[in-house]
Design a binder for this molecule. Structure first.
Ligand SMILES: Cc1cc2nc3c(=O)[nH]c(=O)nc-3n(C[C@H](O)[C@H](O)[C@H](O)COP(=O)(O)OP(=O)(O)OC[C@H]3O[C@@H](n4cnc5c(N)ncnc54)[C@H](O)[C@@H]3O)c2cc1C
Length: 523
């Protein structure tokens, strides 16, 4: 048994026996085999000393048990790292930022107190996965949709708290959160928003309650343990349709994204779209890169290839959910707006009434139809990865700049074009693009070391250009946070002031998002 940093073996042993009394012996895990389950399978430090390994894990079954566990941890000053379903692959899995922390695994708390199909919301515990919630809705024949993240084994609570995204119009997951129940570091129990009214009737319908709105401080944070969450759902739509919009020329990107942004922010285009470049993808498939690298082919060369191979320079698949006549009109309006770009072309893709006939549904990735799955893993290469995900403006100019800046950065780092991992922009969130590149991780320590260097440089280069990561792997949280430094780190100082006030012993998820308790800050 190895004690967490700063905790004596005697204290740790006393804490563990108290935890066993509070949760039951079966739910306190200590063996090496158990700790393997809480390591990050996508760790960039695989088998290096810096790999994050917990000292123990505990799995309470109720709010009262979470309160008891947190009080024990607080008494003995034991760092605990909270996970819901603990599947945060590409961002750290279930592993803590501080090696030796005790993982607080909330998987057993998997109850669904309510799904409401009249006001379209659910109230869930942290261990409820997307699969669980979907199954519950199907079993009860409720006319609401969930919006799963790519892998359906994750949870609305864990994913939303890490501000993840999905695919349908409810794709900004934290924006769909309405009402939290939170255990604080001293074991106190808090309900946010309307939940603070003891006889609340609208906890999951109205977010803001009265007074300062605090739900955001529990996301990507270490200020509390969320034990219940309200999640807004989408009424089951009447129909679904897709259409593809393409434009032929490099410079078309400027009006293309301007139109995309107008339609997205007018709620005509909804859900998650990927801005693709078939021409640049072709170049990548020939051993090149989608990025704009020094000495690479000229725009004229690429446009020529596009014309020869009949490939548009830019395209996007637009998706529509809702009443048939409304989505038909939205598609018509989308075509009308993009038609202002000379050479724009349109293709009707899949269109069907809902609930879909399985044969029709098979043509569409299930998560666009609100159905969780694990098929996303099949669409990837076999490599594990760490998510590099900067937010950039939703403009064509910013996309050109990103292609140039990251192309130059990779070239400076000596990464050959075929290995220059990049993602074209996604519309997970309104008003801005996110780039979601998966930098490879393997069991080759030297390669991991090189890719960590690349990752760090890409983060630096992003910050130099005013772009920041929306979320990052635990290994890079300090690095990413260090660039959110406006006015001599006013934001960090504010986070630390809150941390010191509500978790003075610094037990909750030390290091999450670069926020460390006082006694660990110098480290
Ligand atoms: C192939 C692939 C595809 C992916 N696709 C997507 C995608 O489409 N969208 C997306 O967003 N992500 C995606 N991911 C990233 C990740 O796998 C998912 O976000 C996943 O849902 C996160 O795991 P989880 O839901 O189990 O959250 P958890 O691991 O349980 O939690 C995530 C983090 O939230 C915090 N947290 C969790 N529970 C609590 C709590 N109760 N109280 C306080 N803090 C808490 C912790 O800091 C924790 O580390 C993908 C990853 C891979 C490998």
């Amino acid at each position: 048994m190895r004690a967490p940093p700063g905790v004596s073996p005697a204290d740790f042993s006393a804490a563990l026996s108290r935890l066993e009394n509070a949760l039951g012996k079966d739910w306190v895990f200590l063996s090496d085999a158990d700790m393997e389950m809480y390591r990050d399978p996508y760790s960039p430090f695989w088998h290096e000393d810096a790999d994050r390994i917990p000292s123990a894990a505990i799995a309470p079954d109720s709010v009262e048990q979470v309160q008891a566990a947190v009080r024990i941890a607080n008494h003995f000053k034991i760092p605990i790292w909270t996970v819901s379903t603990g599947k945060n692959l590409a961002y750290g899995g279930a592993a803590p930022a501080l090696s030796g922390s005790v993982v607080l695994d909330l998987k057993r708390m998997n109850r669904i107190p309510e799904v409401n199909e009249k006001n379209h919301y659910a109230l869930v515990e942290p261990g409820v996965s997307y699969f669980d919630l979907y199954r519950y809705i199907q079993d009860h024949n409720l006319k609401v949709w969930i919006d799963p993240a790519g892998p359906g084994w994750g949870s609305p609570v864990g994913n939303s708290l890490d501000r993840g995204g999905g695919s349908t119009p409810m794709n900004d997951h934290f924006a769909a959160v309405c009402g939290l129940e939170v255990v604080l570091a001293n074991g106190d129990l808090l309900r946010t928003g309307m939940g603070a009214l003891p006889a609340a009737k609208t906890w999951q319908q109205y977010k803001y309650g009265f007074g300062p709105y605090i739900d955001g401080i529990f996301s990507q944070a270490n200020f509390g343990v969320v034990t219940k969450m309200g999640v807004w759902l989408m009424p089951e739509p009447e129909a679904y349709r897709e259409g593809m919009v393409s434009v032929p020329k490099h410079d078309d990107l400027i009006p293309f994204v301007e139109t995309l942004s107008y339609l997205r922010d007018s709620d005509v285009l909804r859900g998650t779209m990927l801005l693709e470049s078939p021409v640049l993808n072709y170049r990548a498939s020939q051993g090149g890169t989608v990025l704009d690298v020094p000495g690479g082919p000229s725009i004229a060369d690429m446009e020529k290839i596009g014309a020869e191979k009949n490939l548009p320079y830019w395209r996007v698949v637009a998706r529509f959910w809702g009443a048939q006549n409304v989505i038909d009109a939205q598609w018509e309006y989308t075509k009308e707006k993009f038609s202002a770009i000379p050479g724009a072309s349109f293709q009707d893709n899949h269109a069907f009434r809902l609930p879909a006939d399985p044969k029709e549904a098979d043509n569409v990735q299930s998560y666009y139809l609100g159905v969780p799955s694990l098929s996303v893993f099949a669409s990837l290469s076999s490599q594990s990865h760490m998510g590099f995900s900067p937010i950039i403006p939703m403009t064509g100019e910013a996309v050109f700049e990103a292609l140039r800046v990251f192309g130059q950065a990779y070239t400076d780092l000596g990464v050959p074009p075929k290995d220059q991992v990049f993602s074209m922009p996604w519309t997970f969130f309104a008003h801005a693009f996110v780039l979601l590149a998966g930098l490879p991780i393997s069991h080759d320590m030297e390669k991991n070391r090189q890719w960590r260097k690349v990752f760090e440089r890409l983060v630096e280069v992003s910050a130099e250009h005013g772009w920041g990561e929306y979320r990052t792997h635990v290994a890079f949280m300090d690095k990413v946070a260090s660039f959110y430094s406006y006015n001599n780190h006013a934001l960090r100082r504010f986070h630390e002031t809150i941390k010191d006030a509500i978790d003075p012993n610094g037990i909750l998820s030390p290091g999450k998002s670069g926020v460390w308790p006082k006694h660990l800050r110098k480290m």
